[in-house]
Design a protein. Sequence first.
Length: 235
Amino acid sequence: MIEMDLLDIFKLFWRKKIQIILIVILFVLIGYIYTFKYITPEYSAVTTLVVATTVDNENTANSTTIASDITINSKLVSTYTELIKSKNILQEVILDLGINIEEEELRKSITITNDTNIAIINLKVTNKNAEYASKIANKLANTFIKEISDIYNINNIQIVSQADTPTSPSNINHTKDIISFGIIGIIISIIYVIISNMIDTTIKSAHEIEEIYKLPVLVSIPMYETKKKKGAHRK
């Protein structure tokens, strides 16, 4: 196998520059078509809840009681996270909003993240309709708070921020997608150059002859083409 230095590698890729450019452009076009034509936009809306006991200003608890409440509330976050997706709550949300969506589909559209250290619950709903996403997120939060109050007779959940109607899709990033396909095109073009070089057994220069046969090249004959002069007669 012929050893190649950096200059040889550069020359190899330079000879294939047209093919490389065409491959990259092709993948960029594929990325453009994919991101603009084949991805269905989805919108995400987030409602933030905090698990915290409501403090009565007229009868403020002492610091020990407040610390105890915070500890209990932090432990409740994990439990509440599971209850939000319960069957009763989801069915009530669907019924109240009058939306045409299956219970399991709604459950899959809900993403819940929490931080037990500060007892925060982020309730994210993703839907193809931006308005539905925000309505479902807010209704889900309110229904959940009511359900906890009715069943457990406690009122320790507050809404920190309600979901706004999203203005842009959460699953589409045109620039990122096109750049990703461009990078794939570069990788494919590099693989193409390497493979084409491996299967190409032709001699490209006198230097390659010396490398292969370990013999010096004494003389080389240049190739040139003769052009027929205008008006010349064929013999």
